[in-house]
Write a protein that binds this ligand. Structure first.
Ligand code: A3P
Length: 316
């Protein structure tokens, strides 16, 4: 076991030497690996996942590009799957917050992590693009959440400026904008990330559920019903009558979660980094980019989005 672990660490060191290097937002440098820009820890843990992660057919993955609504979906998936375990007034989420519910694999997984005791379906989160996941994982079900790239850019700039090491120079909006457009951003380019999961959802709708942040904001109950049915836990007529759908939507709303003590003062330990929970809640709105991007910036991003998504059937 130790020999194998050592070998993977050596392979990682060799690999990283060969990869193109770019500027990171959250970390100092990103490395381009099979078309995507990854933080070094992601490159390493991805190799570990390939060797050590043993998937189960009932596993459910939440995949997303950072800042697309992961925290919200974590809360919705966890509370929907576990709706018979907790009452709304005494809920795990109220005490410990969404980040505590299930792990972000490329940061929190290591070979010593025992996942065998978790009840089925096990829930996992990843920001990795589909083509960088171990093939054993890709036979599991995935829920993917996407969001207008302009809102992702602003949300990510805020988040990474707060979590970026104080030893590194802060990044200006102009700088992150340019990097974002070039695709240089943790797990970027965002367009390729989204498209991989989009195409998989078209090929295998029973395996990949593709959701949009904007739809969730506009019609949360409709999207939650879709999510529950996809996860194999559709709401019953009795639950509908009791208002369970509305209760879960309310429990997981921005207003509810952002006002919890644990999300105002708590910290989540992602093993390689600790992050203050409040940083996962900024505004939770559609179109806040309008307060930051010039008309020219907006047009440039929209043009890239149109070009990249042309012919895919996806509109962002
Ligand atoms: P903003 O920065 O635009 O406010 P992620 O969870 O993927 O890191 O994404 C964070 C973004 O989702 C932030 O967007 C955050 O405010 C928003 N968010 C977090 N919880 C939410 C919720 N319950 N409802 C709607 N948006 C939420």
């Amino acid at each position: 076991q130790d020999e194998l672990y050592k070998k993977i660490c050596e392979d990682y060191e060799d690999l990283i030497e060969t990869l193109p290097k770019g500027k990171g937002w959250w970390v100092e440098h990103l490395y381009k690996h099979n078309g995507f820009w990854l933080a070094p820890i992601m490159v390493k843990n991805r190799l570990l996942l390939h060797t050590y992660f043993k998937s189960q057919p009932s596993d459910l993955f939440l995949a997303s590009f950072m800042k697309s609504g992961t925290t919200w979906l974590k809360a919705l998936m966890f509370s929907t799957i576990n709706r018979h375990r907790y009452t709304i007034s005494d809920h795990h989420l109220l005490r410990l917050g969404p980040q505590s519910t299930f792990p972000l694999m490329e940061l929190e997984f290591d070979p010593t992590t025992d996942l065998t005791h978790l009840p089925a379906p096990r829930l996992f989160n990843t920001h990795l693009p589909l083509t960088l996941l171990p093939t054993s994982m890709t036979s599991c079900k995935f829920v993917y959440i996407c969001r207008d790239p302009k809102d992702v850019l602003i949300s990510k700039w805020y988040f990474t400026s707060k979590t970026r090491s104080k030893d590194l120079a802060p990044l200006s909006l102009d700088e992150v904008f340019e990097l974002f457009c070039q695709g240089i951003s943790e797990c970027g380019p965002i367009w390729d990330h989204v498209l991989q999961y989009w195409r998989a959802s078209l090929d295998s709708p029973d395996k990949v559920l593709f959701l949009k942040y904007e739809d969730l904001k506009k019609q949360p109950e409709v999207e939650l019903r879709k999510l529950a049915a996809f996860m194999g836990k559709p709401f019953t007529v009795e639950e509908e009558e009791k208002g369970v759908v509305e209760d879960i939507v309310k429990l997981c709303s921005f207003e509810s979660l952002s006002n919890l003590e644990v999300n105002k003062k708590g910290v989540n330990d992602f093993k390689v980094v600790e992050v203050e929970n409040h940083l996962f809640f900024r505004k939770g709105e559609i179109g806040d980019w309008k307060n930051y991007l010039s008309e020219e910036m907006k047009e440039r991003i929209d043009r890239i989005t149109d070009e990249k998504l042309k012919g895919s059937g996806l509109i962002l």
